[in-house]
Design a protein around this ligand. Structure first.
Ligand code: BG6
Length: 531
């Protein structure tokens, strides 16, 4: 993440459209838009034939190329077990760019990228694959004029992470070089619980230095998520009220209308807590709750995140029963179309207890947050796709308008909308014009697209950019990951004991099981369900 010190251009400066020209191949360019020139890089993707590569990584690389961020000495080596020639791989990538890109395709940029794509077929567990990889790296390095830095991306099932790293080490492909960085990006899930995350961290740490390890959470690459830090720490007016004196509670909702799609086999073992809470929701929570870091760099930011997550009050079994809700979607309707129950999805057991929804109430034990509930919920097949954070402030201390026809004043809410609409709004009461005093709720509304123009973004561009630039601020450090697991492990333990009783059914196309509403209602509060 580049330093936030630049002044943003005014609205009128930001209407330009994505460029249609390919990266210019002069010695001094391409110049990364985020203010840091990207070094020459060989980007090696393990799992090049998989879903993540085609849906996220390649479109993100396309966007980086289209915005002139990639070095002319950039190249990709895709590794996977499927047998394919270079040309077949290039054709496949060509088709997928067209299918999954988030912006209109410029043929010159596509061709520029195509020329830099290479493929190697091989089994990740076979040492011979890594001999072939070494030869391929050498060959591509030579043809590209010495790419210098190797960035490995583990887009594979987690069981391969440690083994691939060991093979790379065995072939001398991962030790840091003078003048050549060696970095590895690990996709989630990073472990299955605290114990397995610790084992994985230990295994990797015997081979890699922490500054070579980039544990990705794609939520941290979203512009609106990065903006939380700018909103909080680059403005003087919010920080004084950002605490237990003024804030009543915080709601974090990450709702999806999609079901598990074709990922039933993975999801059966994961569930909503492992899939979404340990990483995305706790990261959002840490951005809202952390203290200001003393510098805007990887260590300072990650120290503050770790501190706040460590202060989450651990739950005893009784608290888990009172403060958590697990749900599983049944059949229902999404956008007017009937959809299947989770148990009828492919690769899902017909008696599965896996949760596709979770709602939690968490507390942070600190002077800033003591007694302020953080309500978190996430689920699949919910009423609509929306990610937002609601900061609800305490009501005014006096009902000054008691003698007027006003029976109820809505509390002020600051709503940070992460997706699909991106923006921030502040609700407050205003007098409705007329002879009597009547109060209505109005919005001060900032919309990203309206002000800055739409940016074609998969969420991975920033993260890939930052990793090539060696900036780990937006990546999770080992302690961050382990703290995440230590928050959720006690919850999962209790649910496991409860078995089938733990998971409440909900109809697809709704906001989750009624118990989720009850979680807030018993505290006299209500979820904001955006229409
Ligand atoms: C992934 C989860 O990390 O995030 C998916 O594995 C989920 O289950 C996805 O659908 C949501 O990401 P986004 O960016 O679409 O909100």
């Amino acid at each position: 993440m580049s330093s936030p010190s630049q002044t943003l251009p005014s609205q009128s400066d930001t209407t330009s459209q994505p460029t249609e020209t390919p990266p210019k191949e002069t010695a001094e360019s391409p110049t990364p838009a985020r203010g840091q020139k990207l070094p020459p890089t060989l980007f090696i993707i393990f799992g090049a034939n998989g879903d993540l590569t085609k849906r996220k990584l390649i479109p993100a690389l396309y966007n980086l190329a289209a915005s002139h961020n990639l070095s002319k000495k950039f190249a990709v080596i895709g590794v996977d077990c499927v047998s394919m020639s270079n040309e077949e791989f290039r054709d496949k990538i060509d088709r997928e760019i067209r299918e999954f890109s988030s912006q209109p395709i410029a043929s010159q940029v596509r061709e520029w990228l195509r020329q830099r794509m290479h493929y190697l077929a091989g089994d990740f567990t076979d040492p011979q694959t890594f001999d072939l990889l070494r030869a391929k790296l050498h060959e591509v390095d030579l043809s590209q004029g010495g790419a210098g830095n190797y960035l490995y991306y583990m887009a594979t099932a987690p069981i391969f992470f440690s083994e691939i790293v060991q093979h790379l080490a065995g072939k001398g492909l991962i030790a840091q070089h003078k003048g050549g960085a060696r970095r590895v990006i690990f996709e989630k899930p990073f472990g299955h619980d605290l114990a397995s995350a610790k084992v994985l961290n230990q295994q990797l740490c015997t081979i890699l230095a922490e500054n070579q390890i980039y544990r990705i959470d794609h939520y941290l690459g979203k512009e609106t998520v990065q903006n939380i830090l700018v909103f909080r720490f680059a403005n003087g007016i919010f920080e004084p009220v950002w605490n237990r004196r003024y804030i009543d509670h915080v709601q974090i909702t990450v709702a999806e209308s999609l079901g598990v799609e074709h990922r039933g086999a993975y999801y059966e073992k994961a569930g909503a807590v492992r899939d979404m809470v340990t990483n995305h929701l706790l990261q959002l929570m840490s951005y809202i709750a952390m203290e200001p870091p003393n510098a805007f760099d990887a260590e300072a930011v990650r120290d503050e995140k770790a501190k706040v997550l460590r202060a989450i009050l651990p739950m005893e079994a009784e608290e888990v029963m009172r403060s958590t809700v697990a749900g599983q979607y049944g059949p229902g309707t999404i956008s007017g179309h009937p959809v299947l129950a989770y148990r009828d999805e492919p690769h899902v057991a017909s008696n599965s207890n896996t949760e596709t929804f979770v709602a939690l109430k968490l507390f942070i034990e600190s002077w800033r947050w003591g007694g302020v509930p953080f309500y978190l919920r996430t689920g699949k097949r919910m009423a609509r796709r929306v990610t937002e954070i609601v900061i609800q402030f305490k009501s005014a201390p006096l009902m000054l308008f008691r003698k007027t026809p006003i029976h109820h004043l809505n509390p002020n809410r600051l709503i940070i909308r992460i997706q699909p609409e991106e923006g921030i709004s502040l609700n407050f009461g205003a007098k409705i014009p007329g002879p009597s005093v009547q109060v209505g709720t109005v919005d001060m509304d900032f919309q990203y697209g309206k002000y800055f123009g739409d940016t074609p973004n998969t969420g991975y561009e920033t993260l890939l950019h930052d990793c090539m630039a060696g900036d780990a601020t937006l990546f999770q450090r080992s302690d961050n990951v382990e703290i995440g697991w230590s928050v959720v492990d006690p919850i999962l333990d209790v649910w496991r004991e409860l078995g089938a009783q733990a998971t409440r059914p909900y109809e697809s196309g709704t906001w989750g099981p009624p118990e989720s509403d009850a979680l807030l209602e018993k505290d006299g509060r209500k979820w904001r369900n955006p229409g």
